[in-house]
Design a binder for this molecule. Structure first.
Ligand code: NAP
Ligand code: MG
Length: 398
């Protein structure tokens, strides 16, 4: 069979450890036999980030801006142990953080539902997508300790030098303080990405924060969402038969648990960090969660939501068989290929991506799965496969 042709390259960002091994296998076993792959390759593996002084991460992010669609492998975010392990000259920042800052996007995380994997919340029959604002708040904070007797103040100095001051706290004993910020531009981009994504998916959009307590900060988020909705999206939502509403974060949590799923839940940065792990776990597996960064300009970066699966990699290095779940990484590839197909009017490529997803889920529903799923699957006839066996089973089904 002739391979499927591509017109525009996708930006390919390779990564680290077990996911780097899986990356290569997915390409060899599932993609390259079927697609005449056009990709611009960037090696974001930690060794190459060290070698290029992290320039490669910036180059990859700018390529994402240029071409629109990227697929990214999980990467190590170095800590002190990694600095020793990889003999790093610097504790390089998180590549995801760098890419998010350049694209100014919103991260959408959606669980992959499959027969036999039963959510901990029995009413959840449809996926819940978490939309995480990827800029600011405590992720760009400024923190200090305050000694006993200290007075902490917020000071805003205008362009012309005039100051506005507000007391935070007068400390009797020692304590701590933190300064956080966000920008109207970033919040507006976040809101816009959420509205566009909801229209694209034809799913309701929920947004929640804590404006009753945070009467300026969180309230500002709420106002920006509401203003943009009224001005640009209300009619489009009505036409699409979907709704948007704002509620308090604690109310949202209660409603989400009682819901059947099938909505997009927009979260501020920290809420999104926490609730995406909660949602992933409650749907059954972190390895069954897709993640896409969508920029307000319409650039897409697809990845798996999990990390580099370090413990499996060390076993792999010792020559032991591993059973690492590749589903989220396969879906990162299929997501990127489908989006490339859609943007280029390449129906064959988009259709291949859908078939790849279906083959992956069919194999699992027929009872063949990696060990993490095998341990929790309720299917009566199930069989654990190792990493490569699973990919070969998907290829056979495809
Ligand atoms: P992790 O790689 O997500 O793995 C945590 C544990 O979850 C694994 O040890 C494994 O449990 C299980 N798991 C995760 N993905 C799996 C899969 N595909 N198949 C089977 N089991 C899976 O998180 P981590 O160990 O905390 O972090 C490792 C490295 O990943 C770190 O250096 C971190 O910086 C990086 N990281 C990168 C990203 C990213 O690039 N997006 C995100 C998170 C973390 P068992 O070992 O019990 O089987
Ligand atoms: Mg997290």
């Amino acid at each position: 069979m002739a391979k499927i042709k591509m017109t525009t390259p996708i930006v390919e960002m390779d990564g680290d450890e077990m996911t780097r091994i899986i990356w290569k296998l997915i390409k060899e076993i599932l993609i390259l036999p079927n697609v005449d792959l056009k990709s611009e390759y960037y090696d974001l593996g930690l060794e190459n980030r060290e070698k290029t002084k992290d320039q490669v991460t910036f180059d990859a992010a700018y390529a994402n801006k240029k071409y629109g669609v990227a697929v990214k492998c999980a990467t190590i975010t170095p800590n002190a142990d990694r600095v020793k392990e990889y003999n790093l000259s610097k504790m390089w920042p998180s590549p995801n953080g760098t890419i998010r800052a350049i694209l100014d996007g919103t991260v959408f995380r959606t669980p992959i539902l499959v027969k036999g994997l039963v959510p901990y919340v029995p009413t959840w029959t449809k996926p819940i997508t978490i939309a995480r604002h990827a800029y600011g708040d405590i992720y760009k904070n400024s923190e200090m300790t305050a000694p006993a007797g200290a007075k902490a103040e917020l000071i805003v100095t205008d362009k012309d030098g005039s100051e506005t001051r507000q007391i935070i706290h007068e400390f009797k004993g020692p304590g701590i303080i933190q300064g956080i910020h966000n920008t109207d531009a970033s919040i507006k981009n976040f809101a816009k990405s959420c509205f566009e994504f909801a229209l694209d998916r034809k799913e309701d959009l929920w947004f929640a924060a804590k404006d009753t307590i945070s009467k300026k900060y969180d309230h500002h988020f709420k106002d920006i969402f509401n203003e943009l909705f009224e001005a640009e999206y209300k009619e489009r939502f009505e036409k699409a038969g979907i709704t948007f509403f704002y509620t308090l974060i604690d109310d949202a949590v209660a409603r989400v648990i009682r819901s059947e799923g099938g909505m997009i839940w927009a979260c501020k940065n920290y809420d999104g960090d926490v609730f995406s792990d909660l949602i992933a776990t409650a749907y059954g597996s972190l390895a069954m969660m897709t993640s896409v960064l969508v920029s307000p300009e319409g650039c897409y970066e697809y990845e798996a939501a999990h990390g580099t699966v370090q413990r499996h990699y060390y076993r792999y290095l010792k020559g032991e068989k591993t059973s690492t779940n590749s589903v989220a990484t396969i879906f990162a590839w299929s997501g990127a290929l489908a989006k490339r197909g859609e943007l280029d009017g390449n129906a064959e490529l988009a259709s291949f991506a859908k078939k790849l997803e279906k083959a992956t889920l069919d194999v699992i529903e027929e009872g063949q799965m990696t060990k993490d799923l095998y341990l929790v699957s309720t299917l009566p006839d199930k069989r654990p496969l190792d990493t490569e066996e699973f990919l070969k089973a998907v290829a056979a089904r495809l």
